[in-house]
Design a protein around this ligand. Sequence first.
Ligand SMILES: [Ca+2]
Ligand SMILES: [Ca+2]
Ligand SMILES: [Ca+2]
Ligand SMILES: [Ca+2]
Ligand SMILES: [Zn+2]
Length: 1023
Amino acid sequence: MVSLFLNYRTMETINVDQKIIFPKVASRKFLKGKMKDTPLVFSSLILLFGLAMATLPTPALAQRVATISSDGTIRLLQDPHCIGDDCRWIDIDRNVRSKELAATRDDIYQLHTTGRIWRWEKLPCADGICASWTQIDGNPQTIAIAAGFDKLFQLHRNGSIWRFTGSDRNASGPHTWRRVDNNPRTRKIVAAGHKLYQLHDNGSIWRWTGGDCDDENCSSWQQLDNNPNTVEIDYSVYRGLFQRHRDGTIWHWGGQLCNNGECNSWSKVDRNPATTDILTAPGNLFQRHQNGTIWKWQGRHCIGENCSSWTKIGELPGLLDIAAGRTDPVYAIGPDGKLSRWNGENCATLTCPNWIEMGQAFTSNGTSRRKVYVFTGSTPDPDNRFVAIPGRPDDKDGDGLPDSWERLQTDIDVQPNRADLIVIPVMRPELVSNPDLQNTLRENLLRAKEFYANLPVCTESGFTGIHMTVESGRTLDSSFSESADPVRSYREAREPGMPPELIGYAHGLLFGTGTGGGGQKSHGDWARLGNNWPTIVHELGHQLGLNHTPVGSATQSPLYTSLMNYDYNYTYAGNSNAIRLSDGRFSSLAIDERNLNEILPFTVEQLNFLTFGPYEFDVQRVDNGSASVDWNRNGLHRERGISADINDGYALSVGPYNHVGYSHGDIAVAASDDKIIVVRTELPGTNSEVYAGYGASPTTPATLRTTTLREREILNNGTIVGSPIVTGSPTALSVSRGVLIAAPSTSGIQLGLFNTESDGRLTGSMRVIRVESNRELVLVKTDTGAELILWDPQTKHLTTRPVIFNPQPTLGEERAIVKNDGTPLISAGPPGATFNTRTDRIIILTSESDGRFPDRLKLRSIQNDGEYFVAEHGRWLANETARSLDRSAIVFDGSARAGGEGRYLVYYREIQSQEPEGSHRILFVRSTMPQTTGSGPEDPYVFRQRMVINEWTLTQSAPSVVPYQGDYALAWRIHAGFSDPAARNMTEVNLMASGEFASGPADQDDITHIAQRGLRNIEAIRQ
Ligand SMILES: [Ca+2]
Ligand SMILES: [Ca+2]
Ligand SMILES: [Ca+2]
Ligand SMILES: [Ca+2]
Ligand SMILES: [Zn+2]
């Protein structure tokens, strides 16, 4: 599925789809519609609205239905899509003073007749006590409240309007209100999305522009109309602002402000004196007549006096109140206090469809209050964008389900006017016998359902969002249990798990007891996945045709702000509630990591998400329409033509790669012109499929093998030490005369100079230089030739010897590497080394104690002072997680693209466990020279570390790196625990290890893709 050569390996070999171990949450319970099988109503709701709140993303209030009865009881409907007896109403308050409700995305508020305002703290009434309310204001002047996406407003008797600023529950101190208007004419306020409107007693209509009053100066209002006939205004996030006149006419605002007293931007949409009120949904407008008929607007204005763009959808005499929502657009309460909702069918000439019963909404028969609310809640699109789902013959709602089939379904909640997505959860036997986890699953499915319901898509008949219908899968037999040996593949569970009659209509998801993240897909309608809602949304996203990257893109993009992107699949802009599908706003940009412009034609606000994890880029304003992103993290903005790895949010991407032969220890790589020379140790007679050791040692000596590559092509395999005498890691370095190779052996240091022939063969031989004790080695190039740095495993001391060509190579005098005070420099493991071509210094990467950790990686430059090499103080490479006991791989990049002082790239094996069998990731640090995270001598260069490729890329040895063809080649030994036995202990060589190579579109519009194509993917499976 993924075009990238880097990641497809993951898909193919272990077929893992989603990364990250999702934090396991306490089991939570709730009940939902058709899936009821446990009577835990009250305690489960406490868990849903209480504990879940504390530990998990808020159960969003978007599209929830709530009522106030005349006795003040406030009820919340658990699932706004429920049917009949399955509908559960939760009492959240019973106070005779309750007068009015309003809700932001996250909170429900109520106004009392006394003027007090209260916020619900998400617990239902229990044992007759409804105590879960916090008072946030107590002003007897308050007569109304209104709420938009994230703001609560109140209106005072004197016309002043106030904005609540104390929404942070954790903030101490009093709840505060700021005045946004002080006009005594104000009579009504209406809020939705990010908008607030007011209606004056003279009929004039005003829109808030977002500012507070400055003392008595309240200037943040724009006039939209001045018509004294206006009696009602209502605002739809997607359709705009409407007003109703005394004579029943309805008008739609066209977007122009009043100009010199002229307010001409209103178009008539109806002129019926029977109209008693209008109501908006996020995507539509409805009206009610005196006789109880309900009408839906078709979107056209009146032409002259002809206002025919209305369709009758219901006839409910005596109805008490009405409210409009999103995927189920209209709810009404009949004279018996019961709620029903429109089933999506229009009235025929003589009869109207029956509305769907939803249980007892009102608890008393009084005549006051009696209101029903649908909280709009969902994120407003600032551009009022609303993607149309194209209809076709026999599929008017474009959901890929034939309308004729949809009409025939009596047991499945689908409608021919609404985009439906049928989802079949199939459970492994262990989940079937675990009610707690089943309840978690129900809750997660409800969250996913809410997510798809709030997508800004719209059918031709005005239903917005995608309605997810959950239908139970079939029971799997015990052979599918997780404890079976071997476990039967999820692929095999599709046929027995999916109801055959729904194949080609529904989307299957296999769940076990795991609640972690991640999933795998094997078929267009089948995946297995963890029991958590972001993964449910993500896997269904795949079934709706989305990949992890924009189509045509090689790798991840930090600008693809989609939950399909590994960068943003559990959190976006620092908020786990804000995960989203991308609207494609950055689609005009391309990513070429070798030619980047830091100035983007988007505002700081639009790019602010980049300042949060996983990237934490610095973003600066340039002007009103553009901002600069410090792509290369060097502290300098507005650079052009730079090179940087900007998509390492999840991991460093490297590749392409090749497997070049087994190794039983560390690997060395060198590069000569267009060839890569790989040197590896082999332990004779060792089974590579099971070997989990460190490699060659004095007690287990090895042979030395070589492989020559041209890019990914293997040119030659050879042996340079054929008898098992090598006692440690080889090291290799390309110099002008050829390739130097060294390794410790039972008789001393093996050292040789080799020519690389055009067919890849190495010619030359090793000779022995006797030394007193076994050493670990690393060759490093210098301005004059080469040095061999030696590390003594016994004393942990470091020494260095120059390589002398005579003409065959030999080693010069050994000199100690000491600290400034003359004491020996001690490294807990063998050092890595490179040469800084800007300062002409050898740089070593040591493992040193910081007082807490004995093996923290430190960069030091060393300098020949004649008798010794003196190591300067140096700096920690990164924070205390950058620790290793291996010879780490380090290169210096002094090219122009690296910026002023160059940079280091370091690849090291993470210490997770000292056991050979322990898993070891390769981590990567990119250190741009002037940048440090502080000014003190103990401050590290950088904190930013990335894993290489993904968490399944584990190595059995330290990595090795070499500059190659303007980038880097990186080699390591595949971990002994790898799933494919044949690949264990294989030497893997990856090209382009700088990670700077992605190109392609930066973003794509997921929502349009789903609306126009993805919903119909199911048709291909039906055939
Ligand atoms: Ca359909
Ligand atoms: Ca449908
Ligand atoms: Ca920069
Ligand atoms: Ca990259
Ligand atoms: Zn995925």
